[in-house]
Design a protein around this ligand. Structure first.
Ligand SMILES: Nc1ncnc2c1ncn2[C@@H]1O[C@H](COP(=O)(O)OP(=O)(O)OP(=O)(O)O)[C@@H](O)[C@H]1O
Ligand code: SF4
Ligand SMILES: [Mg+2]
Length: 404
């Protein structure tokens, strides 16, 4: 089997802030194969950019890679010196960002900046640099390339600037090109042109591409494989066509449902996913998607599922999976997608709320309730805060509980 050009293994990256540890990327593993286009998709804040920054050694304090390996050309990029990493960046692994203006120097001609990118790494022979700049401009389909290459960044439209960035990214013939939301700032027509360009370049040059986006639609025409991230973790991955056809994680399913479709009536409202991604300092226990998931079951509130093979080449981290949700919960016809709607499972009542309710009762009633509910009794006995609060109203009850 072909060896991957990049292998990310159990990567975890956190930001140590005053409010606590933001677990931005948790135990993320994926491979990128030669000439492949891999999509990384997920809502804002799910850890896509931090994953890319980790690969490029660009995580800044208070951020830190706390675990994992990033294997590239027989080296672990987490362990190489910063000088070596500087060499790898731009030469072997190039990145293009959402906003090319912030990465282009406004006072220097675009062509000059592309030449400098080549001079920084001795991969392209000095005498070939000028001609290569123009030919790159032609390759990224900038019209009138020999003249336009002498322009300043502000003389370019958004789409042209993005092309210039791609030309710069490709100037040293990198093995990997990471494109982080390269089209979000552009209008729809230009977006499509840039994506088409990336696809052509991938086919012409065989550069492996990681395309990061929050929009699954962008992945469709370009990526062979997709990694879906939620709350810093990979929740599903597999061949793009398969994932579009039969997503197995309810989050992927929800993302697909909220995509605008050309075959639907124009004015139909998009069904976006209810609720927000969790706080990455204190994510909910169990599956992180449980507060928003229509298909959740009891287990989802306490146990976090691991990625498991769900079909050929496809993995998902879910206790239910969509196959079961279609078979048992009517996922095909579901219109109410609120949390728990399809399964009817509500979150377990918060223990402190239960205690607050018990405090309003008379002592015999409290004892009766506890006698009826051994589960509650056990949870109370294990929670000092809950016990303390109950003791304020019913000290005798708590005494009997703690004596047992
Ligand atoms: N410097 C930082 N300090 C603290 N937290 C950070 C920092 N940078 C990123 N994070 C947190 O890490 C998490 C992941 O961020 P990341 O930028 O990877 O998201 P993303 O998936 O790229 O989102 P978007 O689609 O908006 O670009 C977020 O919750 C973010 O708040
Ligand atoms: S069914 Fe459970 S495990 Fe699967 S996504 Fe929903 S909450 Fe998570
Ligand atoms: Mg990002």
């Amino acid at each position: 089997m072909t060896r991957p050009v990049l292998e990310v293994k159990n990567l975890s990256t956190s930001f140590f802030t005053d409010d606590g540890e933001v677990k931005a990327v948790r135990d993320v593993s994926f491979e990128l194969y030669p000439g492949e286009t891999l999509g990384i998709v997920g809502e804002s804040g799910c850890g896509k950019s931090v994953t890319a920054m980790s690969v490029l050694g660009l995580v800044q304090r208070p951020g830190k890679i706390i675990n994992g390996q990033i294997l590239f050309q027989d080296r672990d990029l987490i362990k190489v010196s910063s000088e070596e990493m500087r060499q790898i960046r731009g030469r072997d692994i190039a990145m293009i960002f959402q906003d090319p203006l912030s990465s282009l120097n406004p006072v220097l001609r675009v062509g000059f900046q592309i030449d400098e990118a080549m001079k920084a790494h001795d991969k392209v022979a000095r005498e070939d640099i000028a001609a290569r700049g123009v030919s790159l401009f032609q390759q990224v389909r900038v019209p009138d390339a020999p003249r336009r290459i002498k322009d300043y960044p502000h003389q370019f439209s958004g789409g042209m600037r993005q092309r210039a960035m791609i030309a710069m990214g490709l100037s040293n013939r990198p093995e990997i090109l990471i494109a982080d939301e390269p089209t979000t700032a552009l209008d729809v027509t230009v977006q499509a042109q840039i994506l088409e360009l990336l696809r052509d370049l991938n086919q012409e040059m065989g550069t492996s591409i990681i395309l990061i986006t929050h929009n699954l639609g962008v992945i469709a025409g370009l990526c062979k494989r997709v990694v879906v991230m939620y709350a810093g973790e990979i929740v599903e991955e597999g061949p793009a066509e398969q994932i579009f056809e039969a997503p197995q994680h309810p989050y992927t399913w929800s993302l697909l449902r909220s995509l605008p479709r050309v075959d639907e009536k124009k004015h139909e409202r998009l069904r976006s996913i209810e609720g927000l991604p969790p706080d990455l300092i204190a994510p909910p226990p169990g599956c992180e998607f449980n507060p928003r998931c229509p298909f959740r079951i009891e287990k989802c509130f306490t146990e976090d599922p691991e990625l498991e093979v769900v079909a050929a080449g496809q993995q998902a981290a879910c206790w239910v999976t969509m196959t079961k949700a279609y078979a048992e919960m009517g996922a095909a016809t579901i219109t109410d997608t609120r949390p728990g709607a399809a399964s009817g499972v509500r979150p377990p009542a918060d223990l402190l709320q239960v205690v607050a309710d018990l405090r309003t009762l008379e002592e015999p009633a409290v004892l009766e309730k506890l006698a009826e509910d051994p589960d509650l009794l056990e949870k109370l006995a294990a929670d000092p805060t809950a016990l303390e609060q109950l003791a304020e109203e019913h000290p005798a009850v708590v005494e009997t509980l703690t004596d047992e």
